[in-house]
Design a protein around this ligand. Structure first.
Ligand SMILES: Cc1cc2nc3c(=O)[nH]c(=O)nc-3n(C[C@H](O)[C@H](O)[C@H](O)COP(=O)(O)OP(=O)(O)OC[C@H]3O[C@@H](n4cnc5c(N)ncnc54)[C@H](O)[C@@H]3O)c2cc1C
Length: 415
C-alpha cells in the first residue's frame, strides 16, 4: 500500500500535513507531497482530505487483496428472501394545498433512470385532498403509475395521517425503492414511514445508483462534516428509502400528453382520531427566501466584514433580480438570517449564476452550490479555494468591485 496524491484535486489546505503522525507530508507549491521514507501507509491523511486528493493505493498481489466493498455488494444475497418480493421505484409527490414541490419532478427524473436499470415501473404517490388532477403532471414527468389517496383528512400536511397512508400503500404494494425530497415535509415524513414499515433511511443523498447484480440502491451522501462521501446500502430490509435535497438532481423534461395507470386507494383514518389539528394556515410573507428556486444568487461571506456592509450584496442582488445567499460564517456572525445559508447545513442551490463574495470556498459551502451553471468568485485572496471551482474570478476588495458591478448592471438592465 502507498499514499498517492491526485494533484488536480489538491487545494493545498494542509489538513493532511497537520494530521500525519509521522511528519511524512509537506506542501510544495501549494500541493501535498508524500515522503515515502517516512510514510507508514497509516491512512490518517486520506481520512481528513476534504477533496479526496489522497488515495491509499493497494500494491499487494491479487490473491492477497481483501475484497473491495463494490465486490461484496455485487455478491450480496439478502438474509431474508422476502425482500425479493419488493418491486418498483416510488417517488412521493410532495404537495401543499395543490402546489407540487419541484423536488418531486427532480426525483421522478432520477427515479426514471433507476427504474429503467431495474426493469420495473416508476410510480408517483399522491397524498392530499382534491388533488386528482395533479396525476396528469406526474405521468408527464415520467411516472408509469400513480397511487392516489384523495381524502379530506389529508387536506393539511400532518405527520400522522400522511405517514399512515404511505405506510399502508407500501405494505400493500411492496416497492423496492421509495424516494422523497429532503424538504421540511419530506424530512418529517421519511423517518416516520421508515420506522412504521421497519426499514432504513438514508437522508440527504447527493447521488443514487443501482448495483445491477444485487439490485441494491447505492445511496451516496456527505458524512463526517462533508469530509467523506459515504455510500450506504440497505441490505436486508425493504423498501430502500432515501431523501434527496431540492436542486441536487436535474429537472427532467416534461412530455406533454404522456399517460399511465392511476390506482386510487382509500384510507379509513377518522379526523377525530388525528391528534394534530391545524387551526390556521398563515403563508410566509413577501420576505421569504426561496434560495432553492433562485436563478441568480449573490452570496456574502465573512469577508463582508459587518452586517451593514451586506447592503452591497443586497444592492447587487436587487439589480440582477436575484436572491441573497450567505456562508455559515456570515450567518453565525449575526449579519444575516439563517434562511439565507447555502451549504451542507443550509440550502443546496443550483442557480444559473452564483456570485460568491468574500467566501473562501470551504468544502461545506461548496457542496451546496458547486452545481451552479456559472460561478463568479470575488475575493481579495488569489489563493482562496473558491477560485478552483469558479468560472470567473475577480481578485480584489469587494467594496471597490461590487459598487462598480452594480452600477454597470443597473445601466445595462435599466433596473
Ligand atoms: C459540520 C459543518 C457544517 C458546515 N456547514 C456549512 C454550510 O452549510 N455553509 C457554509 O458556508 N459553511 C458551513 N460550515 C463552515 C465552513 O467550514 C466554513 O467555516 C465557512 O464556510 C467559512 O465561511 P466564509 O467563506 O464566509 O469565511 P472565511 O473562510 O473566513 O472566508 C472569508 C473570505 O473572505 C475573503 N475576504 C476578506 N475580506 C475581503 C474583502 N474585503 N474583499 C474580498 N474578499 C475578502 C477572505 O480572503 C476569505 O477568503 C460548516 C462547518 C462544519 C464543521
Amino acid at each position: 500500500m502507498t499514499v498517492e496524491v491526485i494533484k488536480k484535486n489538491c487545494i493545498g489546505c494542509g489538513a493532511c500535513v497537520q494530521t500525519c503522525p509521522f511528519d511524512a507530508l509537506d506542501l510544495v507549491d501549494g500541493i501535498a507531497v508524500v515522503n515515502p521514507e517516512k510514510c507508514t501507509d497509516c491512512g490518517a491523511c486520506v481520512g481528513v482530505c476534504p477533496t479526496m486528493a489522497l488515495t491509499l493505493e493497494d500494491r499487494r498481489k491479487p490473491d492477497e487483496t481483501p475484497k473491495k466493498a463494490e465486490e461484496k455488494i455485487k455478491e450480496f444475497k439478502p438474509k431474508d428472501e422476502k425482500v425479493n418480493a419488493f418491486f418498483g421505484v416510488w417517488v412521493l409527490i410532495e404537495q401543499s394545498y395543490g402546489e407540487i414541490a419541484d423536488v418531486s419532478w427532480e426525483l421522478l427524473g432520477a427515479g426514471r433512470k433507476l427504474a429503467d436499470e431495474l426493469g420495473v415501473d416508476l410510480c408517483g404517490v399522491l397524498l392530499g385532498h382534491n388533488i386528482k388532477d395533479k396525476a396528469k403532471l406526474v405521468f408527464e414527468y415520467g411516472a408509469d403509475k400513480v397511487y392516489l389517496i384523495d381524502d379530506p383528512v389529508l387536506k393539511d400536511y400532518r405527520t400522522e395521517p400522511y405517514s399512515q397512508s404511505l405506510a399502508i400503500l407500501i405494505e400493500k404494494y411492496k416497492p423496492e425503492i421509495v424516494l422523497m425530497g429532503a424538504t421540511t415535509q419530506g424530512r418529517d415524513l421519511a423517518g416516520h414511514v421508515a420506522t412504521k414499515v421497519g426499514t432504513g433511511l438514508t437522508a440527504d443523498c447527493t447521488e443514487l445508483k443501482i448495483e445491477k447484480e444485487s439490485r441494491l440502491l447505492l445511496q451516496t451522501r456527505p458524512a463526517f462534516g462533508g469530509n467523506v462521501m459515504a455510500t450506504i446500502v440497505c441490505r436486508n430490509h425493504r423498501p430502500q428509502m432515501a431523501s434527496v435535497r431540492p436542486r441536487v438532481m436535474p429537472m427532467p423534461n416534461k412530455e406533454e400528453g404522456r399517460s399511465g395507470t392511476l390506482i386510487e386507494e382509500t384510507i379509513n383514518i377518522k379526523e377525530e382520531n388525528v391528534l394534530t389539528k391545524i387551526l390556521e394556515f398563515i403563508p410566509q410573507g413577501g420576505s421569504a427566501v426561496y434560495l432553492d428556486r433562485a436563478d441568480i444568487i449573490v452570496a456574502g461571506g465573512r469577508g463582508i466584514g459587518t452586517k451593514e456592509n451586506f447592503k452591497y450584496i443586497f444592492d447587487l442582488a436587487e439589480v440582477l433580480g436575484g436572491t441573497v445567499g450567505a456562508s455559515r460564517a456570515a450567518v453565525e456572525a449575526g449579519w444575516i438570517d439563517v434562511a439565507h445559508q447555502v451549504g451542507q447545513t443550509g440550502a443546496t442551490v443550483r442557480p444559473k449564476v452564483y456570485i460568491a463574495v468574500g467566501i473562501s470556498g470551504a468544502i461545506q459551502h461548496l457542496v451546496g452550490m458547486q452545481t451552479a451553471d456559472v460561478i463568479v468568485a470575488i475575493n481579495k485572496d488569489p489563493e482562496a479555494p473558491i477560485f478552483k471551482i469558479a468560472t470567473y474570478g475577480i481578485v480584489g476588495d469587494y467594496q471597490k468591485i461590487l459598487p462598480l458591478l452594480t452600477d454597470v448592471f443597473r445601466q445595462k438592465l435599466g433596473s
